[in-house]
Structure formats: C-alpha cells, structure tokens
Design a protein around this ligand. Structure first.
Ligand SMILES: NC(=O)c1ccc[n+]([C@@H]2O[C@H](COP(=O)([O-])OP(=O)(O)OC[C@H]3O[C@@H](n4cnc5c(N)ncnc54)[C@H](OP(=O)(O)O)[C@@H]3O)[C@@H](O)[C@H]2O)c1
Length: 263
C-alpha cells in the first residue's frame, strides 16, 4: 500500500525512450535536461490534498508519462512519506567504521530512478530502495555522518555527494547523468526544491497544470519558493517563454514554458 502522500503516485514503468547512458561519449559536465512538473491552484499553491473538490492526480500522472523522464526528483519534505513507510533494515549496518567518501551506485540499470534531495541525511530509508520500481538515489552533502552512509549502503539505496555543506546542484545533476545515464529529469516539487534549483539555474522548462481551484491560505507552499528579501525575485534572473497551452478535461490547463537565463 502506498503511503498517503500529498501526491499519490501510481508509477508504472513510464520510461518509453532508451536511456541516454547508451551513448558512448559524454562531456564530464553534461547534466540532464530538467523539467519542473507541477500542479498548481490559480493562486500558485501546490498542496493538492487541500482541494477536495477536484482530483488533481489523474492529469498529473498522465502528463508525467508524456514528459518521458528517465527519473523524477523531489525535496526532502515531499519524499519523507516514502521513507517513513520503509521496512526497517534486516541487519544492522557496519556503523562506527570509517567509510570512503565516494558516491555509491547500488544499481545502474533500473527502469527509472526516484531521486531524493536530503542534504543533511535526515531521511531513514531502511530497507526501501525503490518506489514503484524506480531505484532510490539520495543526494547528500559531505556533512552527513558516516553511519548514515553505512545505513544507505545496507539498505541498497544509491547516493551521491554534492557539496560540502550546501548542495551543489550543477554537480549533483552532472553526477546523476554520469553515474546513472539520466538525460531527462522531472523535478516534481515541492516549492522548496523547485525554488532552489531554479535559483541555481538548472531548470530548463516548466510543465504547469493549472487547476480551477483557489487555495488562498497564506504560507502554503507555492510552485517556487525561496527565502530572501523583498527585492529578491527569480524574475530578475530567469525568463519564461510560453511553448504550449493545452486545455484538459475539467478546466485544467497544461502550460509549458521554456526557461532561460536573463542577462
Ligand atoms: N502540486 C504538486 O505538483 C506537488 C508536487 C510535489 C510536492 N507537492 C507538495 O509540496 C509540499 C512540500 O513542499 P515544500 O516546499 O515544503 O518541500 P520540498 O520542496 O518537498 O522539500 C523542501 C526541503 O528540501 C530540502 N531543500 C530544498 N532546497 C534545498 C537546498 N538548496 N539545500 C538543501 N536542502 C534543500 C530541505 O530539506 P531539510 O528540511 O531536510 O533541510 C527543505 O526543507 C507538500 O505539501 C507536497 O505535497 C506538491
């Protein structure tokens, strides 16, 4: 039984294209093409479970498949429910021993990848190393404890280290490409990770399902959230260009925007 998450996902094997890792040559700094795929109320908020008058999951999953990602990635809060429902480890890991600070690739031929941002190693994945068949890859920083790395190894999850104490998103993405052949990544919320990655300049496209609902609650996560002062806005650094607009059943509109840097 899947955990009761804010986005209930049913994930069949959605990847329809051959993986780019089959390519023979790849530049070391090459990263995946990143599409941020989100459902939003007309006021930009994203807690779909609060909009009890509509079913927002159906279109989300349909478009998720149409976007043909090799992997999907979420922030720690969105991923927490998956980790919380993990079975505990069968045997205790080799805690207390030193461990090489290398990336750990537990599986490189999965049919899909579920990438979890967890900079400080807060999530205990136990024995769970897949979500609906997609292999779990955890993005960490160097500040995580050795014991946490041992636990991930024992649980069969992969992990990559990207940054000393702050997440180095370009590096994380390069590693996802290099180690797992991920050429097309769906960034699937929430607002915290989306805002961080947009600010880091690594989001190429927005796929927005605008649903006919008003949330209205102040402080509810939005499609992109950053911390900052009044004069800080991502609009100063990113340009959005409308690529397509498709009305869907029930009054939802699917908007696609290309995202580029503003000089
Ligand atoms: N409508 C949709 O399509 C959709 C899709 C996904 C999620 N959601 C909803 O979004 C909500 C969660 O959104 P959220 O914004 O609160 O959480 P989130 O983006 O899922 O996770 C935020 C967390 O990710 C980590 N993080 C983000 N940026 C980071 C950075 N630059 N460096 C290090 N760590 C970073 C932090 O983890 P730590 O706290 O561990 O530091 C942060 O608290 C949920 O209600 C979920 O249901 C909606």
């Amino acid at each position: 039984m899947r955990p009761a998450l804010a986005i209930a996902r049913v994930r069949p094997n959605y990847r329809l294209r051959p993986l780019a890792r089959k390519r023979t040559r790849m530049a070391a700094n090459e990263r995946p093409y990143v599409i941020c795929h989100m459902t939003s109320s007309v006021d930009g908020r994203i807690k779909v479970r609060r909009w009890t008058t509509l079913d927002a999951d159906d279109h989300y999953e349909t478009i998720h498949k149409r976007l043909e990602g090799d992997a999907w990635m979420c922030g720690r809060i969105t991923m927490q429910g998956y980790a919380d429902s993990a079975k505990p480890l069968g045997k205790q890991p080799d805690a207390g021993q030193p461990i090489d600070r290398e990336d750990h690739i537990a599986c490189k031929d999965a049919s899909g990848y579920a990438v979890a941002l967890d900079a400080r190693g807060a999530m205990d994945w136990g024995a769970r190393n897949d979500i609906e068949g997609d292999h779990v890859v955890v993005v960490l920083t160097e500040r995580v404890a050795d014991d946490h790395l041992w636990r991930l190894r024992a649980g069969g999850q992969s992990y990559i280290l990207a940054g000393a104490s702050e997440v180095d998103f370009p590096l994380a993405l390069q590693k996802l490409r290099r180690h797992f052949g991920i050429a097309r990544l769906l960034l699937e919320g929430g607002g915290g990770i989306n805002g961080s990655m947009l600010k880091a300049g690594v989001v190429d496209e927005l796929s927005l399902l605008l649903v006919p609902a008003v949330d209205g609650l102040e402080g509810t996560p939005a499609v992109f959230d950053i911390e900052g002062t009044e004069d800080e806005t991502l609009a100063k650094t990113r340009r959005l260009e409308l690529k397509s607009c498709e009305p869907l059943d029930g009054g939802t509109v699917w908007l696609r925007y290309g995202i580029s840097a503003l000089e």
